[in-house]
Write a protein that binds this ligand. Structure first.
Ligand code: PLP
Length: 461
């Protein structure tokens, strides 16, 4: 399978190249040239597979040109061995026909482990084959950093540097990153905000001369391999409630549009999905574009669901590519228009988006109410992102006979502020993190200055 850029000007690449490249060199994002598609009978035949075996079935067509089957199976088994539930992605029922898909059973307690546990292993394999090394540089506002570090820490071929805004991530989130003490792991607290960190990463990718010949790799959600790994749990959860013999719907707490885009792909591949609900917090650009065709950028709100506090969703470009008949030139044009201040899609593209997605926005007050109500009724504690997903599901659900699955993207222990505001008791840390607050931390604190950060990276590699 080949991968093409959404802006049509970069060369088509193989899986291995796309994995290491991240962004295409024309500024676009890589997508598969064609998608595999499965019949109802074939999907039904997967119903009794383990999560790992299903993951192999779903992902194999995307990687087969670059990775041997046996090696891929081992990577999948290793990637999900550290999850603390036999089913890897278990389901919990919270209402009539209403399900929560627990995606927080991995080492860092957020759904990002599904992709990043596999990504680190895939990169290692391809780099070993090519006898190359890669420097991973990323910025995090919380969950991505720890999941990326956990995914890369055992690698011989990767050095990983993660920037986080000094004193602006929660203590659990910081400790999940800074207590990983390995030779190839470097945490940097930048005396600035998340956008400053992100800006430094972007500048470093644009001009890599400071690295003296080493190459940078990206683990953020524009990396195709992350999307790929997220397709699997749409299949596993749907199968467990009766698909493909009945339809299912999903509600997804959304930030960069990576997670829900994987659901859209599952539908293209043959999974009978009725509704895909985009759930947003106050940072509602996706809700506005779906409901009103308004893509204007507004200033960032700090909310109780910080992993969804984004102004522009980078993966939305992958959907826009399909919405414009997969015409790279049209996307190139559209992005130029957005930069000049245009904020809407043409009618055809907007209709395409509306035909595929529903959306709803939930504010902090409602988020806390949902956490409290669900806890009172079922004793089940939601994290704030998941609470937004569940509320959006309830508001958008069209056919109550179709099971509605809300993706639980994080464990509530990661977001104690929201849980306490909802007047619920904070849950305790799972077994493998019980001593998190006693562990030794290691991180550098640097000024908000690109030259300082780059000098630090150069010195350490
Ligand atoms: C990253 C994240 C999201 C948003 O996922 P996207 O793929 O960026 O849409 C939602 N919830 C949690 C807890 C996250 O960590």
């Amino acid at each position: 399978m080949k991968y093409i850029s959404t802006r049509g000007k970069a060369p088509a690449l193989s899986f291995g190249d796309v994995l290491l490249a991240g962004l295409a060199n024309d500024g676009g994002l890589y997508v598969p040239e064609t998608l595999p598609s499965y019949s109802k009978e074939e999907i039904a035949s997967w119903a009794n597979l383990s999560y790992q075996d299903l993951a192999f079935k779903v992902m194999w067509p995307f990687v087969e040109s670059d990775i041997p089957a046996d090696a891929f199976k081992i990577m999948i088994n290793d990637a999900y061995a550290g999850f603390n539930h036999e089913a890897v992605a278990p389901m919990v029922q919270v209402g009539n026909n209403e399900w929560i898909l627990e995606l927080f059973r991995g080492p860092t307690l957020a759904f990002k482990d599904f992709a990043l546990q596999l990504l680190g292993r895939l990169m290692d394999y391809v780099l070993a084959e090519r006898k190359e090394k890669l420097v991973i540089l990323g910025a995090t506002s919380g969950d991505t950093g720890s999941a990326a570090i956990e995914g890369c820490r055992h690698s011989e071929y990767l050095d990983i540097f993660i920037l986080h805004p000094f004193e602006r991530v929660s203590e659990v989130q910081r400790r999940q990153m800074t207590t990983v003490i390995d030779d190839n792991v470097f945490n940097i607290a930048v005396k600035g905000n998340f956008d400053d960190c992100q800006g430094m990463v972007k500048s470093s990718f644009a001009d890599q001369s400071f690295l003296k010949g080493a190459k940078l790799g990206a683990v953020n959600s524009i990396n195709w391999a992350r999307i790929m790994a997220q397709i699997v749990y749409y299949f596993s959860s749907a199968l467990s409630v009766g698909a493909p013999h009945r339809k299912v719907s999903f509600s997804v707490p959304t930030g960069n549009f990576g997670d829900i885009f994987a659901g859209y792909l599952a539908k293209q591949m043959g999974l009978p999905i009725d509704q895909l609900v985009v759930a947003t917090n106050q940072n509602d650009i996706l809700h506005r574009v779906i409901a009103e065709n308004d893509m204007s950028r507004q200033s960032l709100n700090v909310t109780l669901s910080p992993s969804m506090d984004i102004m522009v969703s980078s993966n939305f470009e992958r959907l826009l590519f399909d919405a414009h008949g997969r015409d790279g030139a049209a996307i190139d044009d559209l992005m130029a228009r957005f930069n000049q201040g245009d904020v809407s899609l043409n009618d055809e593209a907007w209709s395409f988006v509306k035909a595929n997605f529903d959306s709803y926005k939930v504010d902090d007050k409602k988020t806390c109410e949902v956490i409290a109500d669900v806890f009172a009724q079922t004793q089940y504690l939601l994290d704030p992102h998941t609470a937004i997903g569940l509320e959006a599901a309830r508001q958008c659900w069209k056919d109550l006979a179709v099971p509605m699955i809300t993706l639980a993207t994080a464990h509530p222990v990661k977001f104690p502020e929201a849980v306490e505001k909802a007047a619920c008791e904070s849950p305790s840390l799972p077994e493998h993190l019980k001593d998190l607050f006693e562990r030794k931390e290691s991180y550098a604190v640097l000024e908000n200055n690109l030259a300082d950060v780059q000098a630090f990276v150069t010195e350490k590699i």
